[in-house]
Design a protein around this ligand. Structure first.
Ligand code: C2E
Ligand code: CA
Ligand code: CA
Length: 743
């Protein structure tokens, strides 16, 4: 029984005070209430006066007495007096006794035994005493007037029963509250185990970036104090995104509606080291969809990334031919040049017209050719030479000895290829272009490879199937390339958005004069404050591999701007160089950028790949293109008309857009031959379901000719030169009134 009874007194102080104020006011209001009642009954009598004189001290007691018990008992006593007075003033009318039940319900608000008990006892006492002394003022029927004690007990019992139900309600509420509290305490405990005690750094952030709560793993990871200063936010964290474009990542987080994950490189302020952080973030929204907090959970993946990089470095073998990989060759050449004082000859080999061979005999046959060639070269060069495949159909050989040794070995390789290669049961005649350079000492290793490559190009230009030595004229070209490379490295190390701005050239529909897309074209600011066009550095970027980070930067910028112009611009077109495309990480990188870009439709990104890249590059390029297509992006065949492809070759390429090269387009208005080739390409492209962009349109005559020929899109100085993003923005938001329409 005892256990079943409510404990009472469980209200919090402020809740109790609010209820007490309400009940005190209710009690005080009985004074004017009884006064009006008395006046209406025909005059204020002694009953009224006694009642009011007793109620008022109770009100004063309720206001002034300390702690909880006494003031609540004062209220209970006041209620008893007011009810009794009411009964007396109405001459014991049965209905006036209802007021006691109202008072029971009201006093239950205290959820305390004291006022409740005081009221029960004083009510029963009142009925007994007054029933005896002034029974006709207490009851209004005979039986009660004759047996006041019995009726006092009966009334007391009724009040007790009313009270009992209040007790039940009270008891149930208490139990429910206790359960809710237990649940809350349990979830708090669970949260604190899951949040505070896990080794994974976690934080809860307000939508404005303030850190609301962090766990100890998070604080020790970033070296933060246990108590963060008030208002401490993401901007105060002791780290900076390495790529400035990623500085605003938190903004993106607050806009994401689904959980997101991304990896960012940061420089730590404490020791300056770079760390790679994978952040998983989850937004918590309220019923109205308003963001309440962002929950982030960080993983330092620096070790993992370093491990992967190390693994990549360790890949010493070219998987196709079993020769050394590029990385292994660089290491071994350095070692060879460090080992003794003698110079080393570096031969750079490239297959002439490999593309034709590849196409003539199919792709897997292309692989066979490369393997057979690797075999023949390895057998021809002296033992102890380094032989590597650098990718595609490019090989390099290094051996100790001066230039004469290199020349002898190079000639031997050319001679060995006079004999056809056995490929898949057939005999295949191939030729090589070879460049030779000599390195003295390890510091010249890299330069020598570059020089041999340059000489190889000279051999190619001279018709192929020959050996060319690196000479001083070539040195100037190499010097320029080296300058370009060091400038590019500096620019890549800087704030890329500023040092390598990406400009946009509109692509327009001649039929409507509206901008349908834009090509992203990178520029470079040198340390000397000169703005360079890509012609000055793309080749160097390509050769050194710097085009990989450069290209990623351009893609990220292009996507960022496309997002900004999502309502104004149909698509953005980005140049992708062969070297970029052949990087194994290219497709995953692009997938990552796309996922992070918030782009609604990946087809709004077009990748421009040059015709020559497709013609000359390695066999697995086709797979790469299909992997890109699987991401949903579109592919444009850039500079079409500069290679040696036939028109029918077009149908074997998974391209969506053909970009007619400037040399092909410029002056077409005055050249019937050009015009008819263009019509043929337009017709063919249309029948293959490809679109066409004519590049390099500089004057109105060509514009008109292309419009008449129904060319779907045009890019050229006539409409606009490449523009800074700001100028492009202006042009997009306030489309230029075209005089072209009239033309
Ligand atoms: P592209 O892909 O053929 O780009 C078109 C080039 O033609 C741009 O030169 C553009 O400014 C120029 N052009 C456009 N309209 C006209 C015209 O009416 N007349 C004339 N004379 N030229 C016009 P830009 O910006 O100097 O780019 C040169 C090349 O550099 C590009 O040729 C592209 O192959 C390469 N490139 C540019 N940006 C990137 C990049 O981000 N990544 C890579 N890999 N290559 C890039
Ligand atoms: Ca292009
Ligand atoms: Ca082009």
């Amino acid at each position: 029984m005892r256990g079943w009874l409510p404990t009472g007194g469980g209200l919090r102080d402020e809740d109790w005070a609010r209820r007490h104020r309400l009940l005190t006011m209710l009690l005080a209001s009985t004074v004017p209430g009884l006064t009006v009642f008395g006046a209406a009954r025909g005059g204020l009598d002694a009953d009224w006066l006694v009642t009011v004189l007793l109620v008022l001290p109770c009100v004063v007691g309720a206001v002034l007495l300390p702690a909880r018990r006494l003031p609540s008992i004062a209220v209970a006593a006041g209620f008893t007096v007011a009810c009794a007075g009411f009964v007396a003033m109405s001459d014991g009318l049965t209905e006036s006794h209802f007021s006691f039940f109202v008072a029971v319900a009201a006093l239950a608000l205290y959820r305390d035994w004291a006022p409740f008990g005081a009221f029960l006892v004083s009510t029963t006492l009142h009925h007994a005493v007054f029933g005896t002394l002034v029974s006709e003022h207490t009851y209004d029927h005979r039986s009660a007037e004759l047996h006041p004690f019995t009726w006092a007990l009966l009334h007391g019992l009724a009040v007790l029963l009313a009270a009992a139900f209040q007790v039940v309600a009270w008891r149930l509420t208490e139990a429910e509250e206790r359960r809710a509290e237990d649940n809350l305490a349990e979830s708090r405990a669970q949260l604190s185990v899951a949040f505070d005690e896990t080794p994974v750094p976690m934080a809860m952030l307000a939508p404005d970036g303030r850190l609301l709560r962090t766990n100890s793993a998070y604080r020790s990871w970033l070296g933060l104090p246990a108590e963060l200063p008030p208002g401490f936010g993401v901007a105060d964290l002791p780290m900076t995104a390495v790529d400035p474009a990623e500085a605003g990542v938190f903004e993106a987080l607050t806009q994401a509606t689904d959980p997101v994950t991304f990896t960012t490189a940061y420089r730590r302020h404490d020791d300056g080291s770079i760390m790679h952080v994978e952040v998983h973030s989850n937004g918590l929204r309220d019923r109205n969809g308003k963001l309440r907090l962002v929950f982030v959970h960080c993983m330092d993946v620096t070790r993992q990334q370093e491990h992967e990089a190390a693994l990549r470095r360790q890949v010493r073998q070219d998987s196709l031919t079993g020769l050394l990989s590029r990385a292994a060759f660089e290491v071994d050449l350095f070692a060879m040049l460090s080992a003794d004082a003698a110079p080393a000859s570096v031969l750079y080999l490239d297959v002439d017209r490999f593309k034709t061979i590849n196409d003539g005999s199919g792709h897997s046959a292309g692989d066979d050719v490369l393997r057979a060639l690797a075999d023949r070269v390895t057998r021809t060069v002296p033992a102890g030479s380094l032989v590597a495949r650098l990718g595609g159909d490019e090989f390099v050989v290094a051996l100790p000895g001066p230039q004469e040794t290199g020349v002898r070995v190079g000639r031997a390789v050319l001679a060995a290829l006079a004999e056809p290669l056995p490929v898949a049961g057939a005999q295949l005649q191939i030729a090589l272009s070879i460049g030779l350079a000599v390195a003295h000492g390890p510091r010249q290793a890299e330069q020598a490879v570059l020089a041999a490559d340059t000489a190889m190009y000279a051999a190619k230009r001279a018709g192929g199937n020959r050996l060319e030595l690196f000479n001083d004229d070539m040195r100037v070209a190499v010097q320029q390339r080296i300058t370009a490379e060091s400038r590019l490295r500096q620019a890549l190390d800087g704030r890329r958005e500023a040092t390598l701005p990406v400009w946009f050239q509109p692509i327009v529909s001649p039929a409507t004069g509206l901008i349908v897309g834009a090509e992203a074209l990178v520029r470079m600011w040198t340390m000397e404050g000169e703005l360079l066009a890509p012609g000055h550095f793309i080749a160097a970027a390509e050769e050194t591999g710097l085009v990989v980070p450069l290209g990623e930067h351009v893609l990220a910028q292009a996507l960022r701007h496309l997002h900004r112009w999502r309502d104004e611009l149909g698509y953005v077109s980005v140049n992708v160089s062969p070297r970029q495309l052949s990087e194994p990480g290219f497709v995953p990188m692009l997938a990552g950028l796309l996922a992070a870009s918030g782009l609604d439709d990946p087809a709004r990104l077009v990748l421009e790949i040059t015709e020559t890249a497709l013609l000359s590059n390695s066999v697995d390029l086709q797979d790469r293109l299909h992997a890109l297509k699987a991401l949903g992006v579109r592919i444009a065949l850039d500079d079409f008309g500069t290679g040696y492809s036939s028109l029918t070759w077009l149908q074997s390429v998974p391209a969506d857009i053909v970009k007619l090269d400037r040399s092909f387009v410029a002056g077409l208005a005055g050249d019937p031959r050009k015009a008819s080739i263009i019509s043929a390409v337009l017709w063919l492209a249309r029948s293959l379901g490809m679109s066409v962009v004519a590049e390099g349109v500089e004057d109105i005559a060509d514009w008109d000719a292309l419009r008449t020929a129904d060319c779907p899109a045009i890019q050229g100085y006539y409409f606009s030169r490449p523009l800074t993003p700001d100028d492009m923005h202006t042009m997009l938001v306030r489309p230029r009134e075209l005089s072209l329409e009239a033309a």
